[in-house]
Every structure is written in C-alpha cells, then in structure tokens.
Write a protein that binds this ligand. Sequence first.
Ligand SMILES: [Fe+2]
Length: 453
Amino acid sequence: MDHDDRYLHGPFAPVKEEITAYDLPVTGRLPADLNGRYLRLGPNPLGVEDPVTHFWAFGAGMVHGVRIRDGRAEWYRNRWVRSTEVSDALDRMRRGLQPPAFLPPSPNIHVLRHAGRTLALSEAGGLPHELGYELDTIGEHPMGATPDGSSANAHSKVDPRTGDLHSVAYVLGRPFAQHIVTDPAGTVTRITDIPLPGDLPFLHDFALSENFVVVFDIPLTFSMDAMRFRWNPAHQAHVGVLPRAGGQVRWFPVESFYVSHILNAYDDGSTITVDLIVAEGPVDVADPGGIKPRLDRWSIDLHAGRLEQRCVDDRAQDFPRVNDAYASRPHRYGYSAVTPVYGMQFTPEGPHPDDAFTNALVKHDLVRGTTEVHGFARDAAVGEAAFAADPSGDQNEDAEDAGYLMAYVADPGRGASDLVILSAQDFTGPPVARVHLPARVPLGFHGNWIPDA
Ligand SMILES: [Fe+2]
C-alpha cells in the first residue's frame, strides 16, 4: 500500500466536518469530581493536498475535545485550528471556490495550558495558536517568543513545581536551537542558545529533569533538497546536556539512533535518568509504519562522562506519558500506547503473538519492572492516553497513579469513536466510563486533560 493510501484512509482518514454535540451517552460512570476538558490535536488535511505528495504529519491541525462536568459529558467539539491560511481556505471552500493548492499546516501536534491560555503547538517555528474554551481559534499567541523568532513549540513542558514552561525550539535553516523558559505569568525569563553547527536534526522532543535539559541530536536531519527530514548515516549522533540555569551544552557522542518521545526524566545532581522511546535506524518519518519503537532507560553519568542505554520493553509502542505532577522528578509509572500509527502491531513474522498487544494501552511499573496491558478490539485504533489526576481524594491521593487515563478509541462497528477513561489503579479492569462520540476521531498526536480552574 502506498503511503498516501495508508495515511489518508482507515484510522488516519481525515474527517470532513466540524461537529458540536451535547449530552453525550456514557457507558459506565464518569467520576463526579472530574470537571474540565480532554483535548487532543492532530493533522486533519482539508482535502486540498495532493495525495501523492501528501505527508501524513502535515495538514491543518484539528482539535477534538470533550467537556466533562458533574458526572456528565456535556459536549464534544472538533475544530480546525484556524491559522490565517486555514481560515481563508475554509472560507473559500464554503463559497464553492477553489482553495489554494498549497496550504501551510496550522498547529497540529500538541495542546496544553499555560499562563491561563490553551495553546495549540507546532513543530519547528510557527507561533502557538490560542484556543477558546469551546475550541474556537482566538489567534496566534507569542508564548515563549524570542527575538530570534523561536517560540513555545510542540513538546514544551510545564515544571509542576515552579510552574515554568520549558521549550526547546528550533527553526529550519538556523544553526542553533533555543531553550526557552516562560514563567507562570507567560513572560520569557531565560533563553539559552544550543549550537547545532552540523546538519539540523529533528528535535521533536527533549527531556527535562530537575536540573538539566537533555536534547537528542539524531541522524535524522533536514534536507534542503528534499525539504524534509531524512535519515543521514553520516551525521554523528549526540546527546546534549544543558544546565537548566543556562551555560554550555555538554555533548555525549552516541551510536546512531532515532528518538521519538520522552516519557520523563529526573536527576540527582550527577546522574540523569531518561525514559524514552527509541528505534534503530534507518528511519523514514514519511512512513512510520516501518518504525519499531521501544521503551529504553538511558542514564547519563555526568561525573564519569558516561552514557548507558538499557532496553526496558522491546515491544513496539510510543506516545509515552507520565502523571505530569511528576514531570522532571522521579517517577514510578509510565503509560504508552500500541497503535497502528507505527508498525507496532506487527513483528517481522506477522501480527504480534500476544493478541492483547495489537491495540492497547500499557502501564509500566518501572520500579518493579512489570507491565499491565489494557487491550482493545483489533480494529479499535487507540491513541495517546493522557493522565488526569483524581481530584476527589477517593483514591490514595499520595499515590502517583491516583487518577485516570483518557484516550480516544475507535469503534469501527459504530463508525465513531469513544473517549475511554481507565482507572490507573485498576488498569486492566473495565473502563470507568466510555463516552460515545457522534463521529470518528482520526488517529492524531498529543493532548491533555485540562481541569477547570
Ligand atoms: Fe510528538
């Protein structure tokens, strides 16, 4: 199957309309104290792109949200993130006119809340777009903007202790990235340049520990000829460690690897522990179905100048998350997804022999070294699950896993998706609740449970 077929059909197929639905049916019982919105972002091409040249991660961003209050699922909304270009194209299409042949993507990777604003975030360059409570686009917002034109980007992270937002931003064509700290009021308080004198690597995600920022200079570099990131075996891979307080980056050469996402990181002042999703190269990001990502733990010993890499779980998985109250501090649990985004439901011999591991959410106990798997039906495409802390105190509040996992899961029989809510402490038990949405939610990227203030 051609790439354009795979990523424009099946669980990826874009939806064609924006929907607003109220009082959604629920199977199970929504926790009464859980008040807020679950928001998730992903690419949803407007249908004007050329299917032959279409790149699956490109396309206008669309946010899908469910609002939960007092034990009810009040609404579901899906909305394109309206950059000026997307807004113009939608306007033209509504009037029966031809939209432009080329449409720059609007933010389509991640959505988070900082400094009282809900922000849809982009990859390299591109300002965040602020979203209203009901997912309308308010407009571009200069969160994390620097004089060099960087800004808060896709995998920006909030430190739960300081409330600061940390970003590692890069812009195509520039020989440096920037670590940007934005305080809880939304003011940029520190900018540190990270020199990247060679080919520009794909800096999709980074690790944040209590004292350090860790970046991954991987051999997937931007090709000006191809105008995209390509595997580059000549590029020496490095792990870069930057003190949060600024200063010089210390580079550790490592063997060639692909880093997809960071679960979490922490340090004791001299050793940094990073749990992350990696894959062996070569990797073609235009065809994630060919990537087999696994969960690793990397330890960086700053005194000895040594980096150790250890595989934690070699079963294909991605979209790792932690209880964000533990972000940049020691964690015990992590959650990942087994989705058809990657070739993860297959082994080289065919479908994974463990049927539960073809479409699943996984809870890792990284202290005990055990996993629990919550499997879904074979054709149910499960996406990233975000952790929602239990606000009621009914569960053991001190426990890191006192809360819920929320993810969109396809129900092919109904031709629509559910918002599935699992108890993190009863991970393999039946879902606490399934909110039945009126439409299908295509597989997308990242999101968050955003409790009401
Ligand atoms: Fe990502």
